[in-house]
Design a protein around this ligand. Structure first.
Ligand SMILES: Cc1cc2nc3c(=O)[nH]c(=O)nc-3n(C[C@H](O)[C@H](O)[C@H](O)COP(=O)(O)OP(=O)(O)OC[C@H]3O[C@@H](n4cnc5c(N)ncnc54)[C@H](O)[C@@H]3O)c2cc1C
Length: 503
């Protein structure tokens, strides 16, 4: 009866990497994707002939031998990707209202410390302690270091460190504390919540090396999907899974929108665990577990402004900006209608069309789902264009103009370079990626209760597995690591990690 060895629900980074790893082990996989375009957050879209990314503005760990490099090498895509190394001396700039300085994060630990010492000459001891702690914490995560074995007990000792608290412990300099937390929109950082390991694993990968995808991140999905097809697998787009069916005490098949069923030995879900469990009514998954997952808080969503520049008008730069109102580095999400936005992030797109001028810029500012809830009943995707109406359009226009007014303070004259702009809201993320509330990075981790936010790839329903950003860590690297964890669980060993390390 079975059609495939493995059915993967969703073609995000986690699903595609699982598909690749399992194909390399000789299994026949079938990826079912509800959207027309594969990739989930790896999707790109074109506006006014400019390519914009949904969720890959920069990548870390891609120097030869580093973790993401090795994963991409094992998957045979590293030489195919069009990548651009960001500025060695600055990959992120942190800007704070009423402070003319531009604080920089540089690549390489010594460079990182030395560049910050220019603005904080008294702080060498604190900066070294900070970097040492990042490295120490990262060393406790075997898969991150492409080591097999020992996963849980090794990292237990560092899971409960608080990011904000730790940063405050290494320096009394308030500005340096803010700067070190300055790219926390990368992980939707929250005071008294975000575990330091999340901060460390992400920061370390960018300090090690920072990269942009030229012409967008969808190329990652393109090459990963080709690998699956080349190894005899199948990828079916526009195919939404509605149910996961359990028979004889194990997961056997999925039911699609049209009521048809597809069978496999294993089913891997790349969609949020809560949504996965809603698809199966098996009693093997207890209510207490379902409720535990339901009670987990999702990270905040955002408003996105995609700017198309006039031709050869706005100089390209190889770094990102994180901009905050004074005192708001940790509280950007606590805005009101009157003071929004309290901060925003700026990413210029690397384009093959021109190395000197930017053709597009993406600006992200936190936005809660509540703000767009009145249009909750509408749905917009490429294959299903619903009308949200004029009120929604004027809401988006109003927000874009407020954001641009704010940006003029740090980027004077920006408006003169704009040819056109396009916007997205939490509803766009909901519809294109598949979370209920457009959450940026899935489940919020909490250092006070790390076990609660730890989700195993195994479920109580035999043959059903989870993968993707909700497991270990979000981000392209995080989702790839989750895929390794899921593949290990399915194969019953961690041989793959050695193969990746030795690739
Ligand atoms: C705005 C934004 C900016 C980001 N910036 C960066 C960055 O610069 N660098 C970085 O490393 N990471 C970044 N990230 C995070 C990163 O992109 C994600 O963590 C990662 O790509 C998520 O991968 P995933 O495997 O969890 O799958 P997802 O991307 O969540 O994909 C899930 C897939 O499942 C599909 N699906 C859902 N329901 C069904 C169903 N019922 N049937 C079939 N298919 C279904 C969806 O359509 C989707 O394709 C960003 C994310 C966002 C939102």
């Amino acid at each position: 009866m079975r059609d495939h060895d493995v059915i993967i629900i969703g073609s995000g980074m986690g699903g595609l990497v699982c598909g690749n790893l399992l194909s390399l082990e000789g299994l026949k996989v079938c990826v079912l994707e509800k959207n027309r375009q594969i990739g989930g957050c790896l999707q790109t879209y074109v506006r006014d002939r400019v390519i914009f990314d949904s969720g890959v503005h920069y990548l870390g760990g891609l120097n030869k031998g580093q973790n993401l490099y090795q994963i991409f090498k094992y998957l045979d895509i590293i030489d195919k990707l069009k990548l651009q190394k960001m500025d060695e001396d600055v990959f992120d700039k942190i800007l704070i209202e009423n402070d003319d300085k531009e604080y920089v994060f540089a690549q390489g630990y010594e460079n990182f410390i030395n560049k910050l010492l220019v603005d904080f000459p008294e702080e060498e001891q604190g900066l070294r302690a900070y970097c040492d702690k990042i490295k120490e914490v990262c060393s406790k995560f075997p898969i991150y270091n492409l080591r097999s074995g020992g996963e849980n007990h090794e990292k237990a000792s560092v899971l409960e460190i608080d990011t904000k608290g730790f940063i405050e412990s290494i320096t009394t300099n308030v500005r340096l504390r803010e700067v070190l937390a300055g790219n926390n929109p990368l992980y939707a950082g929250m005071p008294d919540k975000t575990p330091f390991y999340v901060h460390a694993l992400i920061l370390n990968s960018y300090i090690e090396s920072s990269w942009k995808c030229i012409d967008g991140g969808s190329q990652i999905a393109k090459y990963l999907s080709r690998n699956i097809l080349n190894r005899g697998g199948t990828i079916i787009r526009n195919r939404e899974v509605k149910k996961i069916i359990a028979e004889g005490g194990k997961a056997t098949s999925v039911e699609l929108e049209d009521g048809s069923r597809m069978f496999a030995n294993y089913i891997i879900s790349n969609i949020p665990p809560v949504k996965t469990l809603e698809m199966t009514d098996t009693e093997l998954i207890k209510r207490v577990y379902r409720n535990r997952l339901k009670s987990l808080e999702n990270s905040i969503s955002c408003f996105t402004l995609n700017i198309v520049f006039k031709k050869d008008s706005y100089k390209y730069f190889k770094y990102n900006y994180y901009v905050f109102n004074e005192g708001c580095v940790w509280t950007t999400g606590n805005y009101t209608q009157d003071n929004w936005p309290l901060g925003y992030a700026v990413f210029v797109a690397a384009s093959s069309k021109s190395p000197d001028y930017a053709d597009g810029m993406t600006v992200l500012a936190y936005m809660t789902y509540e703000e767009v809830k009145q249009w909750d009943h509408t749905r917009n995707t490429v294959s299903h264009m619903g009308e949200r109406g004029e009120s929604y359009d004027s809401f988006k226009k109003r927000k874009a103009e407020v954001l641009l007014d704010n940006m003029e303070r740090k980027f004077p004259g920006l408006r003169d370079h704009i040819k056109s702009y396009y916007t997205a809201t939490p509803l766009s993320y909901r519809d294109y990626i598949g979370t209920d509330d457009g959450s940026l990075y899935g489940i919020t981790k909490d250092y006070k209760d790390t076990l609660k936010t730890f989700i195993s790839p195994r479920t109580k329903l035999p043959n059903l597995f989870f993968t993707g950003q909700n497991l270990n860590l979000h981000g392209v690297l995080g989702a790839a690591m989750s895929a390794i964890v899921t593949t290990n669980a399915l194969m019953g060993n961690d041989d793959i990690i050695n193969k990746i390390r030795n690739a």
